[in-house]
Design a binder for this molecule. Sequence first.
Ligand code: SF4
Length: 328
Amino acid sequence: MNETKKRSRFKVLPTGDPKTAFQRMTAQEILAAYGPPQRLLGSSKKAQKCERVRVLNQVLYLTPGVFCPAATDGCLRGCLGHTSGTMQLPSSTLARDRRAALYLEDQDLFLTMLQVELHQLARFAEWRELIPAARLNGTGDIPWERLHPELLAKFENVQFFDYTKLTRRMRDYLQGSTGNREWPQNYHLTFSADEKNRDEAERLLALGANVAVVFWPELPQRWWGYAVIDGEQHDARFLDPDGVVVGLKAKGIARVDLSGFVVRTCPRCQSKAPELTLISIAEDSHRKTVHQCTACGFELRSRWILPHALKQPAGNFPRIGSPNRDAA
Ligand code: SF4
C-alpha cells in the first residue's frame, strides 16, 4: 500500500539553538536517524509552579525558532527554549528536534499522539481536581487557531494558552475572531515584546492586551505606564488580569543579551529610572557586560558562558534507547 504522509506546509526557519540537529540535518533525516518522539507534551519547573494556582500545565517544546516567523536575532539567541536549565541538555535538544521533525513530516501521526496526550492530561487533571492547561507553543508560534481549530474544539475542557510575537494573531485574539470563525473560547494569548516590536506592544497594551517583557535583574513595578505583574510566580497566563505587563526574568545567556530583547532596569531606582545603558563588553569563552544607570550611576555586571564554548561535537546526541531522550 502506498501511504502518503501529510507534511506540514511550514518552511523550516532559522534556529538560534547551537546544538540542534536542524543545523545540519533535514526533518526527514532526523526522523530516519533518531525516530519519532516518545512523547510530545512535557513539563518544566515553571509549568509545575502552575499547581500553586490549581492548574495542571503541560507544554509542547519544539525546536526553538523553526516555527517562529517573527523571531528576532535577540530572541533566537536568548530563547529560554534552549538556554535555560535542562533545556540546554543534548537529550532535551534531541527530544525537541524529533517532535519538530514529526510535525513537519507526518502531521497525522503528530496530531494523533497529541490528542492521546491531551486526553490523558484532561483525565489526570480531573482526578487531581486541577484545571487542565496546555501550552502548545512552548517554543514556537504556530497559529493553532487557524491550522488546527478542530483540536482546540475537541478539547473544550482544556485551557490552551500561549505567548505570541505575531501581531496579527494578537489582534485577532483581541477581536475574538480568526478571520473566518470565532476565536476559540479556550485559547488565551499574551503578546511577547522584543527589541523590534516595542511600539506595537504599547499599542496592544492600550487595546487591553497583556504583554510579556523580559527584564534583568529586577522586575520594575510599572513599565510603559502599565502595572507589571510577576510572571515568574507561575505560567498560567490565562489567570492574569487584562492590560498588564507580564514581567519575566532573563535566564542563561539572555542575561548578557546585547540586542535589546532583555530590558535592564535599575534595581535602585526601580520604575523611575531609564533603562540601563551598556558601557562595556568583553568576550573570551564568556561574555562580560557592564550596564550603568544614567540616573544614579549604579553598575550592573553580568557574565555568561558563550554557546561556542558549550558546543557539542556533531553527533554527540544520546543513542536511541537512552532513558533520558525525551526529557524536555
Ligand atoms: S519567538 Fe519565542 S519561542 Fe521563538 S525563538 Fe523567539 S523567544 Fe524563542
